[in-house]
Design a protein around this ligand. Sequence first.
Ligand code: ATP
Length: 369
Amino acid sequence: MAEVVLAGLGKAYGDGTRAVTDLNLEIRDGEFLVLVGPSGCGKTTALRMIAGLEQITEGTIRIGEQVVNDVPSRDRDVAMVFQSYALYPHLNVYDNIAFGLTLRKLAKTEIDHRVREVAEVLELTEHLDRKPRNLSGGQRQRVAMGRAIVRAPQAFLMDEPLSNLDAKLRVQMRAQIARIQREIGVTTVYVTHDQTEAMTLGDRVAVMRRGVLQQVGPPQELYDRPVNLFVAGFIGSPGMNLVSARLDENDGRFWVSLNSDALLLPESVLRQRPALREYVGRDVVVGIRPEDMEDTALADAREGEILHSVADLVEAMGSDVLVHFPVDVPPVVTDDTRELARDAGTDDLPKTSGKGTVLVGRFSPRTRI
Ligand code: ATP
């Protein structure tokens, strides 16, 4: 196991495409770090540079004590798990897992011991004789994991290892990867475009955009304290509402003006963010998490709690109901709909709220802005 340190890392491809710019990251020994960002942001390129599969244009990569810039991939002692699994089709599960150890000419008994141990952890013992074509997607994925684990490398590098699985299996395997990584404690760099995967797996999450690192931190920190609009919009599902508004101060209280309505900011927001005072009287973009708006009965609503809008879409998802309100572009989403259902006079939620339903809402005391 080892720490992986990227310093001033950059990559320009031969055709001039700049894939990664000045990437600085210290991945701690045993840490699970997730690199996340939209398609084309450079995360795979960064991972491939760590693996030694891509030449570095600028900067250095250190794994443990060694700067590996000029160390060939096979000598870096890292194991990569690809989206495609890259299993050998003509070898059975046992030989696929054993492959790296056989190459290193380990004793047969040692190989056998390690393969069976890993197969046990990954629940592959009964499939050891099968060829990859006779396995399910999830089983193939576990074989690919097994091949990486069995080598006991200094670091795991994973590139979207779950993206070929169906939604249910993806959630199962996600939990399994988290468990295994915690059990064996290997430093792991995991690439995904899926922010839910990033949030659930990462000890820390590094968000990239257009080759540039935007923010790195524990998942909750990114969720609560995004450093810019990109991270604010990227992290969280459903996404944060980003609405153009004005911040006003009146009688020592702070208001967010949206269209013709003004919502009162709870004291708690100001306590957390005293710097908000600097924005009074200015046009701002307000980011409101869906769960940070509460609905209230119209009769109970006080000044500063009414936001007029008509729901234009209701999405029932079982545990949550998402209601979209076009306050600005993009629409505000809230996941609290008791009032809507009451207004409609039915237990069934309407698909749209129809004529003139008023969203009566206040910021919840937990609101983060
Ligand atoms: P995805 O999630 O779609 O795989 P990514 O974030 O992993 O995207 P990369 O594959 O690292 O992104 O690509 C980063 C940028 O570099 C993109 O603009 C891509 O088109 C470009 N790129 C990747 N490989 C090459 C290459 N071999 N030659 C030229 N440009 C490349």
